[in-house]
Design a protein around this ligand. Structure first.
Ligand SMILES: Nc1nc2c(ncn2[C@@H]2O[C@H](COP(=O)(O)OP(=O)(O)OP(=O)(O)O)[C@@H](O)[C@H]2O)c(=O)[nH]1
Ligand SMILES: [Mg+2]
Length: 316
């Protein structure tokens, strides 16, 4: 039987194999996956992001446990955009999620960084598709919120949960970095520590600076949930908050818009990556690209002017 059917048949080894193939950008398998695209199920997608060490994996594991209690089959993709290799963080994830290791209705996959074949979003989208094909619902995507990655995760998920902690200055940093703009649910994890009150005040203040939704669209007020992930405290409140956001999306007919936007941004990512890949490796305008690159590096030509010349040469 082919791999696609075996994944649909929920065969664990086939799912693991398929994820490796998409991670490596395997041509034959991604083509087979693309052929199945129109029939892919659309599981609920939950994004979990936040600063390093805020407890995202512990929280995800607790969420998985609670969702299993509702008889849901849960897929998890944990992405670490900061490291190019599978390092300690991923090993840590395996330990933290180990209580689900023997459960066939939970699949956890850790992925390192941006792969050779494009950005964080591209690899994670493919991984989510494989888990969708295997009928996991919901699919949880965990990423460390550094730099651009939290914006990426926002486009990956229907509901983005931002995890902050009371202790460190990093939470304040996260607030400054605009992480609040993408939060649909805010978690104050490690609420067993001092400073949860203060953090909640800061979050509320930062939330007031959120941009207004487009004309005529309803405004979502992100709930703030306190959790102690290590003790499973606050997890049902978190699930309730996620469900409320989902109801907001479906009730206002916004879910399909979220998906359309996601598909479109995936197209843009792939088109950009493919074009650049072709320019770098033997495409029609490779020679021109090389020479333009030389001039840009030397500072004798602006990057924008180089792109203009490139588009003209490609008749685009
Ligand atoms: N006191 C306390 N510690 C917690 C809580 N949640 C998680 N931790 C601890 O915080 C540490 C980091 O937890 P992780 O779940 O690995 O955090 P993470 O955000 O996934 O970390 P990265 O993926 O490396 O960014 C671990 O030692 C956890 O046991 C909590 O609610 N209270
Ligand atoms: Mg983690």
């Amino acid at each position: 039987m082919d791999l696609i059917s075996r994944v649909q048949g929920r065969e664990i080894r086939a799912i693991a194999r398929a994820l490796t193939l998409v991670e490596n950008g395997d041509d034959a398998f991604t083509m087979a996956l693309d052929a199945a695209f129109a029939e892919l199920p659309h599981p609920e997608r939950i994004g979990i992001t936040g600063p390093p060490g805020s407890g995202k994996s512990t929280l995800t594991s607790a969420l998985v446990k609670a969702l299993r209690g509702q008889d849901k089959r849960v897929g998890v993709v944990a992405v670490d955009p900061s490291s190019p290799f599978s390092g300690g963080a991923l090993l840590g994830d395996r330990l933290r999620m180990s209580e689900h290791a023997l459960d066939d209705d939970v699949f956890v996959r850790s992925m390192a960084s941006r792969g050779r074949f494009g950005g964080l979003a591209i690899g994670s989208e493919d991984a989510c598709d494989v888990l969708a094909l295997a009928n996991f619902d919901p699919v949880i995507v965990e990423t460390v919120g550094v730099g651009q990655s939290e914006v990426d995760i926002a486009s990956l998920a229907d509901t983005t949960v931002v995890v902050l902690t009371p202790s460190a200055g990093d939470s304040v940093q996260a607030l400054k970095a605009g992480i609040m703009e993408i939060a649909e649910v805010v978690v104050i994890n490690k609420a067993d520590r001092d400073g949860a009150e203060r953090l909640e005040e800061d979050i509320k203040e930062a939330m007031e600076l959120r941009p207004m939704p487009p004309e005529g669209q309803p405004m979502w007020q992100p709930p703030i949930v306190r959790t102690v992930a290590t003790e499973n405290h606050g997890i049902s409140d978190l699930l309730t908050a996620i469900a409320q956001h989902r109801t907001f999306l479906t009730g206002n007919k916004l879910l399909s818009a979220v998906r359309q936007k996601r598909a479109e941004s995936r197209l843009h990512d792939l088109a950009g990556a493919a074009l650049l890949g072709s320019l770098k490796a033997g495409g029609r305008a490779q020679g021109l690209f090389e020479s333009l690159r030389g001039r840009v590096r030397a500072g004798t030509m602006s990057p924008r002017a180089a792109v203009k010349e490139l588009l003209a040469a490609l008749s685009l």
